[in-house]
Design a binder for this molecule. Structure first.
Ligand code: GDP
Length: 426
């Protein structure tokens, strides 16, 4: 069975923990989009790890972990993560890098950095990890595929062609040093040596696993709001964050994905710029951010402080729709235990009219939140593993959200650790 675990919101919903949990029962875990621009935080028996490139199944010896063709492969970051695992005493994981994945090149990072400098205050809040230039090049057909590394003549021709174009930008737009295809070539040959043991025909492996009815997990990065088509464009990422893209980014037939698990947090948080209707500011925000603690004061990749707000049923319902969610998992409910009452954003007021339909980006900018208030439970529920043992007010909060988002909530997470979770029968 193929199951996708994806974000219903802006990312940082706690997908890492949930994927890690599901990985236990999975034969194959696949990353199908994104790159080292965001990370999952996983707390397991070996310690705490931030994974940016590696699939979350790397802690289980029975799991094959695939970096799919849809991923932006940052080789230094991939190698550093492997090293961190080794140092943490994690047994060497089984990994396949798709030979069709493309390589995030050093100039993508430079270009991203220079572009943010050029745009100054008007920048889109990029993590400067080269993701936008990478995907632009991929679709403009200047990308370098992993398979290219194994054909030197072809590789050098590609590099020369890329440098010709990039150097116009470097010289005239950014006024920065020029790129040298010879230097890049040497760098890539060094990379080739290090990743060669992992490179393989991921498509064939996945097709075989599907045919054998293996348990396969597609691991999404970021969330629905960051999808370039359905998200808060242009404050989105540059690859599709939707479960449907798993078919392309991994090479799985569209009919094979039977479960889509949308992860959503019991309150909202976002890293980066863009509309965030239910956002909190000042002391209220500071308290939630602080008590959020491991639920993420700071982004796993960027260390940037997260913006926080109340749960938003308008955005989450929409997020679940575009994900094609068959179930939802609500995380970090433990964080809200300090509140007397809890607000939930259930409508957007735009030009004097209240709606519960998530609008296009230009109208989203004008949206003001409409809140409903629910009683808090005022108790510490961290680590609770029996859903029925949760306070009634907490269960009411979950019921309320479920009714609004229209997707069954099957699990409620009560802490960052692997087994701090309850199963809920909707
Ligand atoms: P991802 O990008 O969706 O994988 O998000 P991350 O895993 O990076 O960020 C979510 C943060 O929330 C991490 O620090 C997790 O350890 C933490 N987390 C996940 N689930 C829970 C939960 O139920 N309660 C609390 N308090 N923290 C959680």
């Amino acid at each position: 069975m193929v199951k996708a675990i994806v974000g219903a919101n802006w990312g940082d919903e706690g997908k890492g923990k949930i994927t890690d949990l599901f990985s236990e029962a999975s034969d194959v875990v696949i990353r199908f989009q994104g790159g080292a621009n965001a990370g999952h935080t996983i707390i397991c028996d070996y310690g705490k790890f931030a994974l940016h490139q590696l699939p979350s199944g790397v802690f289980y010896p029975h799991t094959t972990n695939i970096i799919g063709n849809g991923v932006a492969l940052n080789i230094p970051s991939f190698l550093a993560e492997l090293d961190a695992l080794r140092q943490g005493g994690v047994p060497a994981p089984k990994i396949i890098i798709s030979e069709r994945a493309q390589i995030l090149m050093p100039y993508h990072i430079l270009q991203d950095t220079y572009e943010e400098e050029r745009l100054e205050g008007k920048a889109f809040g990029s993590t400067k990890s080269g993701i936008a230039p990478f995907y632009s090049d991929k679709y403009a057909k200047y990308g370098i595929q992993v398979s290219d590394l194994f054909d030197e003549k072809h590789l050098f021709e590609r590099l020369r062609a890329v440098c010709e174009i990039k150097n116009v930008l470097m010289e005239h737009l950014y006024k920065k040093p020029l790129l040298d295809p010879e230097v890049l070539m040497q760098q890539l040959l060094g990379y080739r040596e290090q990743i060669a043991p992992y490179v393989g025909d991921a498509l064939a492996f996945i097709q075989e696993a599907v045919a054998q009815g293996k348990e396969i997990l597609l691991e999404g990065q970021l969330g629905a709001m960051k999808d370039p088509d359905f998200g808060i464009y242009p404050f989105t990422t540059s690859s599709h964050t939707l479960a449907g893209f798993g078919t392309v980014g991994a090479g799985i037939g569209p009919k094979e994905i039977t479960e889509v698990v949308a992860v959503t947090k019991a309150y909202s948080s976002a890293v980066g710029a863009g509309a965030f209707v239910s956002e909190l500011f000042g002391d209220e925000a500071e308290t939630l951010r602080r008590l959020g603690g491991d639920a993420g004061e700071y982004g796993a990749t960027t260390g940037r402080p997260r913006r926080v707000g109340w749960f938003d049923t308008v955005a989450t319902k929409y997020g679940c729709v575009v994900q094609g969610a068959t179930q939802a998992v609500l995380t970090a409910i433990d964080v809200l235990g300090y509140l007397d009452e809890i607000k939930i954003c259930t409508g957007y007021e735009i030009d004097g009219v209240v709606t519960d339909v998530f609008p296009v980006p230009s109208r989203l900018e004008k949206a003001k939140p409409v809140f409903e208030t629910l009683p808090g439970w005022k108790s510490d529920i961290r680590g609770v593993t029996d859903y029925n043992a949760l306070p009634q007010a907490a269960k009411d909060y979950v019921d309320f959200i479920e009714r609004k988002i229209g997707v069954p909530i099957t699990m409620v997470s009560t802490g960052p650790k692997r087994h701090e979770i309850t199963t809920r029968i909707p």
